[in-house]
Design a protein around this ligand. Structure first.
Ligand SMILES: Nc1ncnc2c1ncn2[C@@H]1O[C@H](COP(=O)(O)OP(=O)(O)O)[C@@H](O)[C@H]1O
Ligand SMILES: [Mg+2]
Length: 275
């Protein structure tokens, strides 16, 4: 069931995710994020589009604190991300990965249940001791992504790529996240399976009222699935709008061949580390 829309609670309209002036510099002068600001409303399927190296992964990973920032602020609802709030924020976020990121030798069941790591103590996860309510929920989410009980004991490696990503999505859904970060979730899949997986991701997010930040490098998929496209290039937002406005000029601005401006002497001032 969809959760109450926090943007409407209390009368004030508030974005679900808010990025303000994010900066991430690497010592070689590359600015993976260069003054990135945008808001994502509750329940939106927001595609972050850009070619390889444009900063998509860095942006997505900043939301669960896996990338340190050199500047800027991230807010989730009312909560500003900080060392003190990171744990609480992580419980509200789940990630879907490009290469599925499953433990290939472990069973499908174990992989889905490992999505409880934020809730169950780590030693329980390692021993595979999960409470019944989590096991029941794992069955429910697996069923929702189109797999069933015969898949539960199978090793993840025995599944097709599309099935493995279904397991990745089931794992992400296990704790009913508010925000789903999907980092090129279909980059390892062929076009027909890619559409099936993106359709599934969009539908399960809608059913739950979850907000999705999904990075892609294919413009056709971005146009088809995004409620909105945020186009990035060299760490900057070059386009922000609905797919209908993402025209040939906007596409050229993201994909034409011009080198990044790199400032080798850019000081790397570490203002903040959440880890
Ligand atoms: N750990 C790192 N050290 C140095 N440079 C990095 C690191 N991670 C990413 N980068 C650089 O930051 C830029 C953005 O990378 P990334 O966020 O992975 O882009 P994308 O996901 O769009 O391919 C690239 O130029 C990349 O080489
Ligand atoms: Mg990437």
């Amino acid at each position: 069931m969809a959760r109450a829309n926090p943007a409407l609670v209390g009368g004030g309209v508030q974005p679900h995710l808010s990025f303000t002036s994010l900066v991430r510099r690497f010592p070689d002068g590359v600015r993976a994020l260069d003054d990135v600001s945008f808001d994502v409303p509750n329940g939106e399927f927001c595609v972050v589009l850009g070619r390889s190296g444009s900063g998509k992964t860095t942006l997505l990973r900043s939301v669960n604190g896996l990338t340190d920032l050199d500047g800027g602020t991230i807010r989730m609802g009312e909560t500003e991300m900080s060392r003190a709030t990171l744990r609480a924020i992580r419980r509200r976020v789940a990630m879907v990965h490009q290469s599925f990121d499953l433990v290939e030798r472990a069973s499908v069941a174990a992989n889905v249940l490992s999505g409880a790591v934020a809730e169950a103590p780590a030693w329980r996860v390692h021993l595979g001791w999960y409470p019944d309510h989590l096991r029941a929920r794992a069955c429910a989410v697996l069923h929702r992504v189109g797999l069933d009980e015969i898949h539960l004991p199978r090793r993840a490696a025995a599944l097709s790529g599309g099935q493995q990503q279904r397991v990745g999505i089931a794992r992400a859904l296990l704790l009913d996240p508010e925000v789903i970060l999907a980092d090129e979730p279909v980059a390892s899949l062929d076009p027909a399976i890619s559409r099936e997986i993106l359709t599934l991701l969009r539908d399960v997010a809608r059913e739950r009222g979850a907000t999705v930040l999904c990075s892609l490098h294919q413009t056709d998929l971005a146009r088809e699935f995004g409620d909105r496209i945020v186009g990035m290039r060299h760490g900057r937002v070059m386009f922000d709008g609905p797919p209908a406005r993402f025209d040939a000029a906007a596409e050229a601005a993201l994909y034409e061949n011009t080198p990044a401006v790199v400032s080798p002497k850019a000081p790397v001032a570490r203002e903040r580390s959440y880890a």
